[in-house]
Structures are given as C-alpha cells and as structure tokens.
Design a protein around this ligand. Structure first.
Ligand code: PXG
Length: 441
C-alpha cells in the first residue's frame, strides 16, 4: 500500500465527486473556501453571489450566527445519543416546531438524513400503512415523468428521469408514472400557468387499469424543482388531491425543495392550499448545514401503526442518525431564524420584484422560456444542435467567472437564492446573468 500521509492537499484524484463531470472538474477545479450571508469566497479570493442557496438548501443564508452557535453548543453538550429506544429533548422539540408550521393535520415527524431517505421512508410508510389496516394488496406506487425524488432505489423508481433507467436498469416493479405538466402553451408564464389542470385526469386512467385496491400512493413534487422548475397548472394539484382521496390512495408531496419558505410560505402545501397525507422534507430544515430530513404524516397514518402489544416496535424502520442531537440543534436554530428574521415573508415580499427582474431576460439570445414562483426562477435556453446541455453549462462556467452561482439542468438555468436576499442582490444576480447570456454562443 502506498503511503498517503504526504498526499498534497491539491491532489484531487481520491474524491469521486457526486453528480459531477469529474475529469473536466479536476482539470480546472472550482473551489469555495468560505461563505457569509449571500456570498461564497472562492479559493482565489473572489466573492460569488449565491444564486442557488448552495443546492437549494441554505435558505437562511451562510454563516447564520444562531445556527453556528447552536451547533457549537450542542457539540459540547450532547454530541450523539442513540436513536433507537432512547431519546433526547431537542428531537422532540423540533418535531413539535415542525408540526406547528405544517398544514393542519400533519401531526407526526419521522427523521431521516437526506431528501432521498425521506422519500424511501415515505414510500415504506405508505405501503406499511395499508398493510396495517388490512389492505396489504395496496403496494403499487405512482410517480410522474420528470419527477425527482432523490437517488435511492425507491426514489429513482417513482422518479421520472430517463438516465436513471439507462444507468441502473429496471428499478422497482409495480410503479406507474403520470405525465409531467410542462406544456409549450405555458411558455413565459408568470407564476402558476393557466393551462394543463386536466393532465391530472391521467391518474384516473392509471387507477382504472391498475385498480385502486392495488395502489398505495401517489408521489409528486408540488413544484418540480431539479428537472427544471416545472410549475403545477392552476387546479392541477386540487384534482390530484380529489382523485387520490376518491380511491383511498395516499398522496405524498415531496417538499424537499418547496419546503421552508422557497415559495414564500412554509411549504408547497401551504402555498398552494392543498394538503397531502405525507410530506417529505430535508435541505432547508437545517439550512443545509447538518444533513437532516423529516417525513411528516397525518395522525390517521401514524395512529394506524399504534396497535398491538406496547412492547413491540410499531414501524420497522429508522437510521443511526435519525433526529441526532447536532442536526436537531441546527434544525431548531434554523426554524427560529426563519421566524425571527421573517424570511418567509421576505421571500413573499420580494417575489414580485424577482418575477419582473427575471422576465426582463426575455428576448436575450437563446432564451425560449422563463418561469418563476416564490424565490425560484428558471431560464430555458435552446440547446445547441447535437450537443444538449452544453450551452447552459457554458453559461454556468461564465456565470461563475462573472461572480454568480447558478445551477443548470439540461439546458435550463435554475435559480433559488437564499431568502435573506434584497433587491440589490436581485439586481446583481440578474444583471450579471443578462451579461452572461448576451455573450453566449
Ligand atoms: N426530493 C426532491 C424533490 C429533491 O429535489 C431529493 C428528493 C433528494 O434529496 P437529497 O438530500 O438526498 O439530495 C431532492 C434533491 C438541483 C439539485 O440542482 C436538486 C436536488 C439535489 C441536488 C441538486 O436541482 N434535489
């Protein structure tokens, strides 16, 4: 074995980076070494405005003093406590705070460590719930094209992303997909689009063919984030809710991106006024600082498990780090920050200015659609013939050089800045993005 103790810190080969073009990155790496408020500092000492809240998670901005202090204090006080058959106060306190901010009826919280684990947990709870009630034939799951539900096997099965099938094969059986809601007649819509509520009726066809007695749950993002900011047409979510209710099928909202103020309300469910049976969260729960996810369920679901002998474990599921003290402390400080600093209100107040600024990019070269909701935006570009994704990725590289962090998916630029943003930050972000787009080949 080679002696690795002298490996220079600039040797980049050992770290196999996630969702990254490793060889390209390592030839010309982009490193962040510090962050504060709205800005990252790069390895070469430049300030980069965070237009994406890291990966849609740093909703309260970087280096938030309450969160920094809470983590430091927690590490010294109680670093870890067993998650099974033992408790610690902050996990219970955080669950109560989450229930307080969730829609009426979402009364229980199961902790995970990521959005992907929240999704797996929600799917397992849905199947086990029907079984607990004597409807064990309800095992089928329904997702949606262009849905993103993380990277584990359940999530990629209900998700609607082609490359997952190309790379990982047949995935889970017993899964159907509804069509996505992204239709051309809604191009350049501000906020929720007018057309497409009837796309929800495809669910009726899937139920007619598969039979409700076999179907456990439907899972969708209230607004699909990572496949390019695909908004629910007006009336669509209401129809999905009505159809699932009619057939006794559980509705899971994957709120990993839409949770914690991104749309100007606590959750997508509260923003759109449609309450599911289960909600998955992560990211903004702890401001992205310590990994944590949470699944919220109704009492009806939770209570269905609370039968049988009291010495028995009711749900055969959990993680070593479920509700761990450091994450719980970070979560409590994060929720306190959202409340004390009025960050959801700030997102709501800024949404109009954000919308106007974004739609001001209409008419720039290659721009074929602009979409927005809350503090989320997307600018879709025409792909280069025969080289999809290349144009948007070039925009990402140019933007980084210009001092703004954006995300791209396919040829779509996605923006989701921290909720602490002000109008000056919007002007800087959109102004620099406009300059990048004007010069793009
Ligand atoms: N559900 C949804 C709706 C998500 O957006 C996950 C589950 C999985 O979460 P974890 O914590 O396991 O990554 C996500 C994650 C992007 C981007 O730029 C989006 C995500 C993650 C990383 C990048 O679009 N979403």
């Amino acid at each position: 074995m080679s002696d690795r103790t002298n490996t220079a810190p600039n040797d980049l080969s050992a770290f196999w980076m996630p969702f990254t073009a490793n060889r390209q990155f390592k030839k010309n790496p982009r490193m962040f070494v510090a962050a504060d408020g709205m800005y990252y500092t790069t390895g070469d000492g430049r300030q980069v405005l965070d237009g994406t809240s890291g990966l849609w998670c740093v909703n309260a901005g970087h280096n938030q003093p309450r969160i920094v202090e809470a983590i430091a204090k927690q590490a010294a006080e109680l670093d870890y406590a067993p998650a099974f058959q033992m408790g610690h106060p902050k996990a219970f306190e955080l669950a109560n705070r989450l229930v307080d901010m969730a829609p009426e009826g979402m009364d229980h919280v199961f902790y995970t460590n990521s959005g992907s684990e929240s999704v797996e947990t929600a799917l397992k709870i849905a199947i086990a719930y029907h079984r607990a009630r004597g409807e064990g034939t309800r095992t089928r799951l329904i997702g949606r094209e262009r849905g993103y539900h993380g990277v584990n096997f359940g999530g990629i099965s209900v998700g609607g992303i082609g490359p997952n099938r190309k790379t990982f094969g047949s995935l889970l059986t017993g899964v159907d997909h509804m069509p996505h809601t992204h239709i051309p007649e809604n191009a350049f819509t501000r906020g929720q689009p007018e057309h497409g509520a009837e796309i929800a009726d495809e669910l009726e066809r899937i139920v007619a063919l598969g039979d409700a007695s076999n179907i456990a749950a439907v899972i969708i993002e209230p607004m699909a984030g990572s496949t390019g900011v695909l908004l629910p047409p007006k009336g669509y979510l209401e129809r999905i809710r009505a159809i699932t209710k009619k057939y006794g099928i559980l509705l899971i909202f994957d709120e990993v991106i839409t949770g914690f103020g991104r749309l100007g309300s606590a959750f997508g469910a509260t923003h759109y006024g449609v309450t599911p049976d289960i909600m998955t969260t992560a990211k903004g729960l702890t401001n992205g600082v310590i990994p944590m996810g949470a699944v919220l369920t109704s009492s009806e679901i939770h209570d269905a498990f609370m039968t049988g002998p009291e010495n028995m474990i009711e749900l055969f599921h959990g993680y070593t780090y479920s509700g761990n003290p450091m994450a719980s402390a970070a979560g409590l400080a994060t929720l306190e920050t959202y409340k004390q600093d009025g960050l959801f209100e700030n997102a709501r107040d800024l949404a109009g200015y954000w919308e106007d600024a974004l739609h001001g990019l209409k008419g720039l070269p290659h721009v074929i659609d602009i979409r927005n909701e809350g503090l989320i935006g997307a600018v879709e570009l025409t792909p280069i013939e025969g080289a999809p994704t290349k144009r948007a990725f070039q925009a990402f590289l140019d933007a980084y050089d210009a001092g703004i962090l954006i995300r791209t998916t396919g040829d779509i630029i996605a923006l989701s800045p921290p909720l602490i943003m002000n109008k000056g930050h919007i002007d800087e972000l959109i102004g620099k993005l406009a300059d990048v787009l004007k010069k793009l080949d």
